[in-house]
Design a protein around this ligand. Structure first.
Ligand SMILES: C[S@@+](CC[C@H](N)C(=O)[O-])C[C@H]1O[C@@H](n2cnc3c(N)ncnc32)[C@H](O)[C@@H]1O
Length: 346
């Protein structure tokens, strides 16, 4: 893909701006300090120069920050822990020299982490998806069969095991460790879901969240001063201890091609994904669409299908539903990419 990939310093500055805009003043300040060190030929230059020829696309800055956050989370960076709110720190400015000392102490581990993709599982996106799931349940009056593609650690597939409170309409488990209550700017009807009959999920690169290392990897990509996001993810990881989702390693198109035709009767099958579409190859998108259309044309009121997706539409994401029989499409909601500020469309 032809890109105008910026050099390392520019990529890092852009990441600093993104952190500032998206609510992590602490990381923005730290990255600016690292850029100064890079430009002075300090340890940041030795560590990052030449590591990738696409530092922005690879999010090399976030990989570095997550590598160190992981060390902090497991208690091996005492000097830094005082600043990281994720481990009870005061959220003050992170000293660049202390940060680079930690990098030097754990050099091989950090270098290994720089080669690994950023991997997230944004549980708050459930707040955008649940009004769509409820809408399908109300219109079909059937229990649900869930098929999630691009599920990462499978935490969103546990959506009915969390608790939601939206302008007086509540849904889910009131005792859940995950409580989504501040996400809705507008009222949505969350009623109508009677039962999730079965759920399956796939990802080309699944995370097994029963593995403590994978849990810590997911947590490390959350910016430490985003306490609510951190608490939501921690809660979902706890829920997954009792309700692990076996995320199958598979391409979305092939997997849906294998599972949608064998769906049951007397259940509404929902194929869904959130912030996945942009990562899919053209062949995968074509396959997914053609399986949905083919099976959609065979859908009946006893064997209906809905395709629910929370995907970027400009600066915000749309939550869209196409359902069969019929194949009509509607937008249920819009929200931020992270599932905050869920609004009615239009
Ligand atoms: C930004 S993450 C979103 C994860 C999750 N849906 C969420 O909202 O938190 C995108 C996910 O899509 C997965 N992915 C990319 N290409 C895929 C494919 N061809 N088939 C299945 N999953 C894919 C990635 O591995 C990654 O876990």
């Amino acid at each position: 893909m032809p890109t105008e990939e910026p050099n390392l310093a520019v990529a890092m500055r852009r990441q600093a701006e993104a952190c500032a805009v998206l609510g992590s003043a602490q990381y923005a300040l730290l990255i600016r300090g690292l850029v100064a060190d890079l430009e002075a030929g300090g340890p940041t230059a030795d560590l990052l120069e030449g590591r990738t020829d696409q530092p922005l696309r690879d999010a090399i800055t976030l990989r570095l920050l997550a590598a160190v956050h992981r060390i902090v989370l497991r208690g091996d960076a005492r000097g830094l822990a005082e600043r990281y709110a994720s481990v009870g720190g005061d959220n003050g400015p992170i000293d660049v020299r202390s940060f680079l000392e930690t990098v030097a102490e754990h050099h091989d581990e950090v270098v290994e982490a720089l080669a690994q993709n950023v991997q997230t599982n944004e549980v708050a996106r459930c707040a955008g998806l649940v009004p769509a799931f409820a809408d399908v349940a109300r219109s079909t009056r059937l229990p649900l069969t869930m098929l999630e593609v691009g599920a990462s650690g499978g935490l969103i597939s546990n959506w009915d095991r969390y608790h939601y409170e939206c302008h007086g309409s509540a849904y889910g488990d009131p005792a859940s460790a995950v409580r989504l209550g501040h996400n809705w700017a507008d009222p949505f009807d969350l009623s109508g879901v009677t039962e999730v009959r079965s759920r399956r999920a796939c990802d080309v690169s699944p995370l097994d969240v029963s593995d403590p290392a994978a849990r810590q990897r997911l947590l490390s990509f959350v910016w430490p001063d985003q306490r609510e996001r951190f608490a939501t993810l921690s809660g979902a990881l706890d829920v997954a201890l009792d309700h692990a989702i076996d995320v199958e390693r598979a391409d979305a198109g092939e997997w849906i091609g294998a599972h949608l035709p064998t769906r049951g009767t007397g259940t509404a099958t929902i194929v869904f994904h959130s912030i996945v579409w942009q990562y899919l190859a053209r062949d995968t998108k074509d396959r997914l669409r053609s399986v949905l259309e083919h099976e959609g044309n065979r859908a009946t009121a006893e064997r209906p299908i809905a395709w629910v997706r929370l995907e970027p539409a400009g600066e915000r994401a749309d939550v869209r539903v196409t359902d069969w029989p019929g194949g009509s499409e509607r937008i249920i909601a819009t929200c931020s990419y992270h599932g905050a500020d869920v609004r009615l469309p239009g």
